[in-house]
Design a binder for this molecule. Structure first.
Ligand code: NAD
Length: 252
Protein backbone atom coordinates (compact mmCIF):
# COMPACT_ATOMS: atom_id res chain seq x y z
CA UNK A 1 0.00 0.00 0.00
CA UNK A 2 2.68 2.45 -1.05
CA UNK A 3 0.15 5.03 -2.23
CA UNK A 4 -1.99 5.09 0.90
CA UNK A 5 -3.64 8.47 1.36
CA UNK A 6 -2.78 9.68 -2.16
CA UNK A 7 -5.29 10.93 -4.72
CA UNK A 8 -4.63 10.10 -8.36
CA UNK A 9 -6.16 11.14 -11.68
CA UNK A 10 -5.66 8.78 -14.62
CA UNK A 11 -6.74 10.03 -18.06
CA UNK A 12 -8.17 7.71 -20.69
CA UNK A 13 -8.83 5.12 -18.00
CA UNK A 14 -12.11 3.66 -19.23
CA UNK A 15 -10.27 0.70 -20.72
CA UNK A 16 -6.86 -0.69 -21.66
CA UNK A 17 -3.62 0.54 -20.12
CA UNK A 18 -5.30 3.43 -18.30
CA UNK A 19 -7.75 1.08 -16.63
CA UNK A 20 -4.87 -1.18 -15.58
CA UNK A 21 -3.05 1.81 -14.07
CA UNK A 22 -6.14 3.11 -12.25
CA UNK A 23 -6.78 -0.32 -10.73
CA UNK A 24 -3.20 -0.86 -9.55
CA UNK A 25 -2.92 2.63 -8.03
CA UNK A 26 -6.11 1.83 -6.10
CA UNK A 27 -4.71 -1.55 -5.00
CA UNK A 28 -1.72 0.38 -3.67
CA UNK A 29 -3.99 2.55 -1.55
CA UNK A 30 -4.77 5.59 -3.72
CA UNK A 31 -8.21 7.09 -4.28
CA UNK A 32 -8.61 7.43 -8.03
CA UNK A 33 -10.39 9.76 -10.44
CA UNK A 34 -11.08 7.86 -13.66
CA UNK A 35 -11.19 10.09 -16.74
CA UNK A 36 -12.30 9.26 -20.25
CA UNK A 37 -13.65 11.22 -23.17
CA UNK A 38 -16.68 8.99 -23.32
CA UNK A 39 -18.18 7.56 -20.19
CA UNK A 40 -20.15 5.08 -22.24
CA UNK A 41 -17.10 3.74 -24.16
CA UNK A 42 -16.39 0.57 -22.25
CA UNK A 43 -17.58 1.71 -18.88
CA UNK A 44 -15.67 4.22 -16.80
CA UNK A 45 -18.36 3.42 -14.23
CA UNK A 46 -17.18 -0.22 -14.22
CA UNK A 47 -13.69 0.92 -13.31
CA UNK A 48 -15.09 3.16 -10.58
CA UNK A 49 -17.19 0.31 -9.19
CA UNK A 50 -14.18 -2.03 -9.24
CA UNK A 51 -12.05 0.48 -7.32
CA UNK A 52 -14.80 1.08 -4.76
CA UNK A 53 -15.13 -2.70 -4.28
CA UNK A 54 -11.46 -2.67 -3.20
CA UNK A 55 -12.26 -0.12 -0.50
CA UNK A 56 -10.89 3.04 -2.18
CA UNK A 57 -12.79 6.14 -3.18
CA UNK A 58 -13.25 6.64 -6.92
CA UNK A 59 -14.81 9.23 -9.21
CA UNK A 60 -15.73 9.17 -12.88
CA UNK A 61 -14.85 12.35 -14.82
CA UNK A 62 -15.72 12.88 -18.45
CA UNK A 63 -13.42 15.27 -20.32
CA UNK A 64 -11.53 15.60 -23.57
CA UNK A 65 -7.89 16.06 -22.47
CA UNK A 66 -7.26 18.37 -25.42
CA UNK A 67 -10.00 20.86 -24.44
CA UNK A 68 -8.87 23.47 -21.89
CA UNK A 69 -12.33 24.26 -20.51
CA UNK A 70 -13.12 20.58 -20.02
CA UNK A 71 -9.72 19.90 -18.45
CA UNK A 72 -10.13 22.83 -16.06
CA UNK A 73 -13.61 21.59 -15.10
CA UNK A 74 -12.23 18.06 -14.60
CA UNK A 75 -9.55 19.22 -12.14
CA UNK A 76 -12.11 21.43 -10.33
CA UNK A 77 -14.46 18.46 -9.95
CA UNK A 78 -11.79 16.06 -8.67
CA UNK A 79 -10.38 18.66 -6.27
CA UNK A 80 -13.92 19.35 -4.98
CA UNK A 81 -15.21 15.77 -4.75
CA UNK A 82 -12.10 13.67 -3.96
CA UNK A 83 -9.62 16.26 -2.75
CA UNK A 84 -6.29 17.71 -3.99
CA UNK A 85 -4.61 15.52 -6.59
CA UNK A 86 -1.17 14.09 -5.75
CA UNK A 87 -0.60 11.92 -8.84
CA UNK A 88 -1.47 12.71 -12.46
CA UNK A 89 -1.09 9.96 -15.07
CA UNK A 90 -1.37 11.33 -18.62
CA UNK A 91 -2.43 8.14 -20.38
CA UNK A 92 -5.22 9.15 -22.80
CA UNK A 93 -4.16 8.78 -26.40
CA UNK A 94 -5.24 7.77 -29.88
CA UNK A 95 -3.33 6.11 -32.70
CA UNK A 96 -4.21 6.17 -36.37
CA UNK A 97 -2.18 4.53 -39.12
CA UNK A 98 -1.98 6.58 -42.29
CA UNK A 99 0.58 6.96 -45.09
CA UNK A 100 2.63 10.15 -44.74
CA UNK A 101 1.56 11.39 -48.18
CA UNK A 102 -2.14 11.14 -47.27
CA UNK A 103 -2.29 12.72 -43.81
CA UNK A 104 -4.47 15.83 -43.73
CA UNK A 105 -3.99 18.88 -41.52
CA UNK A 106 -7.04 17.78 -39.52
CA UNK A 107 -5.64 14.28 -38.93
CA UNK A 108 -2.25 15.66 -37.85
CA UNK A 109 -3.90 18.15 -35.51
CA UNK A 110 -6.26 15.60 -33.92
CA UNK A 111 -3.49 13.12 -33.08
CA UNK A 112 -0.96 15.68 -31.85
CA UNK A 113 -3.68 17.58 -29.93
CA UNK A 114 -4.73 14.54 -27.92
CA UNK A 115 -1.37 12.75 -27.65
CA UNK A 116 0.98 15.69 -26.99
CA UNK A 117 -0.94 18.87 -26.21
CA UNK A 118 -3.31 16.89 -23.93
CA UNK A 119 -0.55 15.82 -21.50
CA UNK A 120 0.95 19.33 -21.64
CA UNK A 121 -2.44 20.92 -20.90
CA UNK A 122 -3.44 18.53 -18.08
CA UNK A 123 0.01 18.94 -16.52
CA UNK A 124 -0.13 22.73 -16.69
CA UNK A 125 -3.58 22.91 -15.08
CA UNK A 126 -2.43 20.45 -12.39
CA UNK A 127 0.90 22.18 -11.69
CA UNK A 128 -0.60 25.68 -11.58
CA UNK A 129 -3.12 24.58 -8.97
CA UNK A 130 -0.74 22.41 -6.91
CA UNK A 131 2.00 25.06 -6.76
CA UNK A 132 -0.51 27.84 -5.97
CA UNK A 133 -1.62 25.76 -2.97
CA UNK A 134 1.97 24.93 -1.95
CA UNK A 135 1.44 21.23 -2.66
CA UNK A 136 3.87 18.68 -4.08
CA UNK A 137 2.92 16.15 -6.75
CA UNK A 138 3.90 13.54 -9.24
CA UNK A 139 3.28 13.23 -12.99
CA UNK A 140 3.72 10.11 -15.12
CA UNK A 141 3.29 10.51 -18.88
CA UNK A 142 2.51 7.58 -21.16
CA UNK A 143 4.52 7.75 -24.38
CA UNK A 144 5.19 4.86 -26.76
CA UNK A 145 7.90 2.55 -28.01
CA UNK A 146 7.44 4.58 -31.19
CA UNK A 147 9.43 7.39 -29.59
CA UNK A 148 12.39 5.14 -30.51
CA UNK A 149 11.10 2.67 -33.10
CA UNK A 150 9.82 3.28 -36.61
CA UNK A 151 6.52 1.62 -37.49
CA UNK A 152 4.94 2.46 -40.85
CA UNK A 153 2.14 5.04 -41.10
CA UNK A 154 2.95 6.89 -37.89
CA UNK A 155 4.53 10.19 -39.07
CA UNK A 156 1.93 12.01 -36.94
CA UNK A 157 1.74 9.63 -33.92
CA UNK A 158 5.49 8.99 -33.46
CA UNK A 159 6.51 12.68 -33.28
CA UNK A 160 3.78 13.24 -30.67
CA UNK A 161 5.09 10.34 -28.59
CA UNK A 162 8.74 11.40 -28.96
CA UNK A 163 7.56 14.88 -27.99
CA UNK A 164 6.27 13.42 -24.71
CA UNK A 165 9.88 12.57 -23.85
CA UNK A 166 11.01 16.19 -24.32
CA UNK A 167 7.91 17.41 -22.49
CA UNK A 168 8.79 15.10 -19.59
CA UNK A 169 12.38 16.27 -19.17
CA UNK A 170 11.61 19.95 -19.71
CA UNK A 171 8.69 19.93 -17.27
CA UNK A 172 10.87 18.00 -14.84
CA UNK A 173 13.54 20.69 -14.95
CA UNK A 174 11.00 23.41 -14.12
CA UNK A 175 8.71 21.52 -11.75
CA UNK A 176 10.95 19.21 -9.70
CA UNK A 177 12.49 22.15 -7.79
CA UNK A 178 8.88 23.06 -6.90
CA UNK A 179 8.18 19.54 -5.62
CA UNK A 180 6.58 17.87 -8.64
CA UNK A 181 8.55 15.02 -10.22
CA UNK A 182 7.80 14.16 -13.88
CA UNK A 183 8.61 10.85 -15.59
CA UNK A 184 7.48 8.93 -18.65
CA UNK A 185 6.77 5.29 -19.48
CA UNK A 186 6.99 4.16 -23.11
CA UNK A 187 4.83 1.01 -23.53
CA UNK A 188 5.77 -1.52 -26.18
CA UNK A 189 3.09 -3.75 -27.71
CA UNK A 190 0.29 -4.10 -25.15
CA UNK A 191 -2.89 -6.09 -25.72
CA UNK A 192 -5.74 -3.52 -25.65
CA UNK A 193 -8.48 -2.29 -27.99
CA UNK A 194 -5.84 -0.09 -29.65
CA UNK A 195 -3.92 -3.19 -30.75
CA UNK A 196 -6.84 -5.60 -31.26
CA UNK A 197 -6.15 -5.65 -35.01
CA UNK A 198 -2.78 -7.27 -34.22
CA UNK A 199 -4.11 -9.59 -31.53
CA UNK A 200 -6.82 -10.86 -33.89
CA UNK A 201 -4.49 -11.67 -36.80
CA UNK A 202 -2.37 -14.76 -35.96
CA UNK A 203 0.23 -14.03 -38.68
CA UNK A 204 0.82 -10.40 -37.69
CA UNK A 205 0.78 -11.36 -34.00
CA UNK A 206 3.41 -14.06 -34.55
CA UNK A 207 5.65 -11.59 -36.42
CA UNK A 208 5.40 -8.93 -33.73
CA UNK A 209 5.94 -11.33 -30.82
CA UNK A 210 9.01 -12.76 -32.61
CA UNK A 211 10.58 -9.28 -32.25
CA UNK A 212 9.96 -9.11 -28.48
CA UNK A 213 12.75 -10.57 -26.31
CA UNK A 214 10.35 -11.52 -23.50
CA UNK A 215 8.34 -13.49 -26.07
CA UNK A 216 4.81 -12.26 -25.40
CA UNK A 217 2.62 -9.18 -25.81
CA UNK A 218 2.50 -6.87 -22.81
CA UNK A 219 -0.58 -6.58 -20.62
CA UNK A 220 -1.78 -3.35 -18.94
CA UNK A 221 -0.43 -4.57 -15.59
CA UNK A 222 3.13 -4.62 -17.04
CA UNK A 223 2.87 -0.88 -17.65
CA UNK A 224 0.93 -0.17 -14.44
CA UNK A 225 3.66 -1.76 -12.28
CA UNK A 226 6.22 0.74 -13.54
CA UNK A 227 3.82 3.68 -13.31
CA UNK A 228 3.07 2.76 -9.68
CA UNK A 229 6.80 2.71 -8.93
CA UNK A 230 7.34 6.12 -10.54
CA UNK A 231 4.30 7.51 -8.68
CA UNK A 232 5.62 6.28 -5.31
CA UNK A 233 8.35 7.50 -2.98
CA UNK A 234 10.44 4.45 -4.02
CA UNK A 235 11.45 6.54 -7.04
CA UNK A 236 12.02 9.79 -5.15
CA UNK A 237 15.43 10.32 -6.84
CA UNK A 238 14.08 9.66 -10.37
CA UNK A 239 12.81 12.57 -12.46
CA UNK A 240 12.82 13.62 -16.10
CA UNK A 241 13.28 10.01 -17.19
CA UNK A 242 11.60 8.05 -19.99
CA UNK A 243 11.63 4.29 -19.51
CA UNK A 244 10.80 1.77 -22.23
CA UNK A 245 8.59 -1.03 -20.91
CA UNK A 246 8.48 -3.13 -24.03
CA UNK A 247 9.79 -6.62 -23.25
CA UNK A 248 12.96 -5.72 -25.14
CA UNK A 249 11.20 -4.91 -28.44
CA UNK A 250 13.44 -1.99 -29.45
CA UNK A 251 16.66 -3.84 -28.65
CA UNK A 252 16.04 -7.22 -30.31
P1 NAD B 1 -7.15 2.33 -25.73
O1 NAD B 1 -7.64 2.85 -27.03
O2 NAD B 1 -7.52 0.94 -25.32
O3 NAD B 1 -7.58 3.32 -24.53
C1 NAD B 1 -7.36 4.70 -24.64
C2 NAD B 1 -8.48 5.42 -23.90
O4 NAD B 1 -8.25 6.83 -24.03
C3 NAD B 1 -9.88 5.13 -24.46
O5 NAD B 1 -10.77 4.73 -23.44
C4 NAD B 1 -10.29 6.46 -25.09
O6 NAD B 1 -11.71 6.70 -25.03
C5 NAD B 1 -9.51 7.45 -24.24
N1 NAD B 1 -9.32 8.73 -24.93
C6 NAD B 1 -9.04 8.93 -26.25
N2 NAD B 1 -9.00 10.23 -26.52
C7 NAD B 1 -9.26 10.89 -25.35
C8 NAD B 1 -9.36 12.25 -25.01
N3 NAD B 1 -9.20 13.22 -25.93
N4 NAD B 1 -9.63 12.57 -23.71
C9 NAD B 1 -9.83 11.60 -22.78
N5 NAD B 1 -9.76 10.28 -23.07
C10 NAD B 1 -9.47 9.94 -24.35
O7 NAD B 1 -5.57 2.50 -25.77
P2 NAD B 1 -4.42 1.87 -24.86
O8 NAD B 1 -3.75 0.82 -25.66
O9 NAD B 1 -4.92 1.57 -23.51
O10 NAD B 1 -3.42 3.12 -24.83
C11 NAD B 1 -3.24 3.95 -23.69
C12 NAD B 1 -2.03 4.83 -23.94
O11 NAD B 1 -0.89 4.00 -24.16
C13 NAD B 1 -2.16 5.73 -25.15
O12 NAD B 1 -1.55 6.98 -24.89
C14 NAD B 1 -1.36 4.98 -26.22
O13 NAD B 1 -0.87 5.84 -27.21
C15 NAD B 1 -0.27 4.37 -25.38
N6 NAD B 1 0.36 3.20 -25.98
C16 NAD B 1 -0.33 2.04 -26.17
C17 NAD B 1 0.34 0.93 -26.72
C18 NAD B 1 -0.32 -0.41 -26.93
O14 NAD B 1 0.33 -1.31 -27.47
N7 NAD B 1 -1.58 -0.59 -26.55
C19 NAD B 1 1.70 1.04 -27.06
C20 NAD B 1 2.37 2.24 -26.85
C21 NAD B 1 1.70 3.32 -26.29
Amino acid sequence: MKLQGKIALVTGAGQGIGRGIAELLAEQGADVAVNDISLTAEGTENVVEWIRSKGQRALSVQADVSNRDQVQAMFDKVWRELGPIDILVNNAGIETILPFLEITDEQWTRVTDIDLRGPWLCSQVFCRRATAEGRTGNIVNIGSVQAAKILPGRTHYAPAKLGIEALTRNMSAEMTPLGIRVNCVHPGFVATNMTSWIMEDPEILKNVVAQISVGRPGVPRDIANVVAFLASEDSSYVTGQSLHVDGGWIYK
